[in-house]
Write a protein that binds this ligand. Structure first.
Ligand code: CMC
Length: 374
């Protein structure tokens, strides 16, 4: 009898979650019941991080305390910094993020303690330190001096400061904050499912996040924002865009930054990010990528009825902000640590070992022939 195989777990509901949902009635991604675009309009990233991790939006006192802990935990140990200094300069920053979190697990005194309180303390350390580790590598590979985190700066301001030595104007910081809010959480996507799967064996949080980063790196998931930029760089100028995209579709290419397993008629995060992409382009007085963006999008919808996902506008936005292309997915990481962590905590709270079955199609039973008779 052939079993009913659901490749890619397509359409399979494997567990319950309270963290997020794409709500069809409002056609939007929601975190703990709040629409992501509403959070973008009214909150800063730290408030949303608190919401995702704790289930409710913080009041002023709770936010202050949350920020105090995050800011206090930003510094890296000397041994982690020394390790980063020794990483090959050509390493992909996603591998740097993965390895840095893994090293944090070696150093953390509470690695083995999976109690909710210890896990939350570890989450705050990983959340605060990962941007510092990435920014250190960003500087080192350019032969520049590492910049220590500053505790009077917000999460987003501090990341710019550690990478570039200065904080850009408010509009750029807000656009970055919005991108972090939009990237923070998306239910049972492949990296989150990876984190939950690792957690389900009662393994530790550093391991689960290390695995999630590895999963996010792939171009079918987080790596798409980098691929979008490579595509835009190949297209070079708006005049080339129409021919380029039509050629790509004629050749049946997969166009990065388009399509989604959950959204089939448009990713609800895109309009918000598109708006902030335009704001950044205006500040930077560079509309070239917006023009390419619009042409490629129109052809994808007209010819394939496939809509952009959030990686499509974030790619060129991060480029205009001045980040190297291979840092786009690591930026996704520093935000998604919140969503992964909320799921890891949820998995621990109601754990069941994740262990699916496979339909076997290998050799039928046979006896081992000893080496000298083969
Ligand atoms: N370009 C061209 N054709 C596409 C695309 C695309 N981006 N996406 C889907 N299709 C076609 C696909 O070829 C298939 O056609 P056919 O039925 O003729 O074989 C049909 O649409 C259905 O696609 P699918 O791959 O079966 O759909 P899926 O739900 O398994 O895949 C996806 C979703 C995201 C993997 C896919 O759309 C894709 O590869 N997109 C490009 C990579 C990307 O942008 N990833 C970011 C995802 S969202 C943010 C994140 O999670 O990081």
């Amino acid at each position: 009898m052939t079993e009913d195989i659901k490749k890619g777990l397509l359409g399979i509901v494997v567990d319950e979650t309270e963290v997020s949902k794409v709500m069809p009635e409002i056609n939007s991604l929601t975190y703990r019941g709040y629409a992501a675009q509403d959070l973008c309009a009214k909150c800063k990233f730290e408030e949303v991080a608190y919401l995702i991790l704790n289930g409710e939006l913080p009041d002023s006192k709770q936010l202050k305390n949350f920020e105090k802990i995050e800011r206090k935990e930003r510094k890296l140990s000397k041994s982690l910094l020394d390790s980063i200094k020794n990483f090959p300069k050509k390493s992909h920053p996603m591998d740097v993020a993965r390895t840095a979190v893994s090293i944090m697990g070696l150093e953390d005194k509470e690695t083995k303690d999976n109690s909710p309180k210890a896990n939350m303390r570890k989450v705050m350390r990983i959340f605060a330190k990962t941007p510092t580790a990435l920014a250190a590598f960003y500087r080192l590979r350019k032969g520049k001096k590492i910049i220590s985190p500053k505790s009077n700066l917000s999460f987003s301001e501090n990341f710019f400061y550690m990478c570039f030595g200065k904080v850009p104007n408010k509009e750029i910081v807000k656009a970055f904050d919005v991108s972090l809010i939009l990237y923070a959480e998306h239910s049972f996507n492949v990296s989150t499912f990876t984190a939950r799967t690792i957690t389900s064996s009662l393994s530790d949080i550093h391991g689960a996040i290390t695995g999630a980063i590895a999963s996010l790196k792939g171009p079918l998931h987080g790596g798409a924002n980098e691929e979008v930029m490579h595509m835009m760089n190949k297209i070079k100028k708006p005049e080339n865009a129409l021919k380029w995209i039509n050629n790509a579709l004629d050749k049946k290419a997969v166009v990065m930054g388009f399509g989604h397993r959950v959204y089939k008629s448009g990713d609800s995060r895109v309009p918000t990010m598109r708006e902030y992409f335009a704001k950044v382009a205006k500040v930077k007085k560079d509309r070239k990528f917006e023009k390419i963006y619009d042409i490629v999008e129109k052809v994808m919808i007209d010819r394939k009825n496939i809509y952009p996902n959030v990686d499509y506008p974030t790619g060129p936005t991060y480029h205009l902000m001045g980040f190297d292309t291979d840092f786009f997915t690591p930026i996704f990481v520093i935000s998604r640590i919140t969503g992964w962590s909320a799921h890891i905590l949820e998995q621990h709270a109601a754990n069941k070992l994740i262990r699916p079955l496979a339909s076997y199609k290998g050799s039928s039973y046979r006896k081992v022939v000893p080496l000298n008779q083969r």
